[in-house]
Design a protein around this ligand. Structure first.
Ligand SMILES: N[C@@H](CCC(=O)N[C@@H](CS)C(=O)NCC(=O)O)C(=O)O
Length: 219
């Protein structure tokens, strides 16, 4: 690990789950030396990487002297507990449960359906062509984002961000998923659009954008 970095982050430029960790590191004022795992070359299935994350997925975060941390939501909570300022969870119990619930709707209900391993299965055993894969992604993004929209539009805790007026783990998950959609236009999500706009105006979100990362096509 470089002596100038706080962590090593096994990462790929465009993935939503890595994007989440980059945003949290930015909020905490931390740095990570990134090790590129090229998902387009299936490097996540290399034995060396499977020893770090047996699922064969990024991100994995390494703090020197400790075993690898995997699962982006667990990593976000780890960073928030270890580096409490600024907090990425509300101070009250019910608020924390709400934020974790919205984060889970985004990061655990929809994101896994859009991963390379699911694409690989559907386009081989599942008989999907590229068009069917595109439609699959649009369907599940729309289904889940509209469900999150209904909550955000009706629940009184929603503010400038998903929960009140400070960004939380829910916003991190929202921005990572909205960005993953890239040029897919999802209809009927004005509250999400407003919150994402508020988020990306912040430097911590802006610097973490996938297109700005090493390996990105426009980089
Ligand atoms: N639940 C895990 C998901 C990790 C995951 O699936 N990452 C994707 C990129 S977003 C990946 O590396 N996929 C490799 C594959 O599907 O083969 C997390 O949140 O960290």
């Amino acid at each position: 690990m470089s002596k100038y970095a706080d962590f090593v982050l096994y990462a790929f430029w465009r993935t939503a789950s890595t994007h989440r960790v980059r945003i949290a590191l930015n909020f905490k004022g931390l740095t990570a030396q990134e090790r590129f795992v090229d998902l387009d070359k299936n490097e996540q299935r290399n034995p060396d990487f499977l020893a770090i994350n047996s699922l064969g997925a990024v991100p994995a975060l390494i703090e020197e002297g400790y075993p690898p941390l995997t699962q982006s939501l667990a990593i976000l909570e780890f960073l928030d507990e270890k580096f409490p300022n600024p907090p990425l969870l509300p101070s009250d119990l019910h608020g924390r449960a709400r934020v974790r619930s919205i984060a889970a709707m985004l990061a655990t209900d929809v994101n896994p359906l859009l991963t390379p391993r699911i694409k690989k299965y559907l386009t081989s055993a599942g008989g999907f062509d590229e068009t069917a894969w595109q439609e699959w992604q649009i369907h599940w993004l729309t289904f889940n984002l509209q469900a999150v929209e209904r909550r955000l539009a009706t629940e009184s805790e929603t503010g400038r961000f998903c929960h009140g007026d400070a960004p939380t783990i829910a916003d991190i998950c929202l921005v990572s998923l909205a960005t993953k959609a890239f040029d897919i236009k999802i209809e009927g999500i004005p509250v999400i659009e407003r919150i994402v706009k508020n988020c990306v105006a912040l430097d911590e979100f802006a610097r973490a954008h996938p297109f700005l990362q090493e390996g990105a096509p426009l980089n």
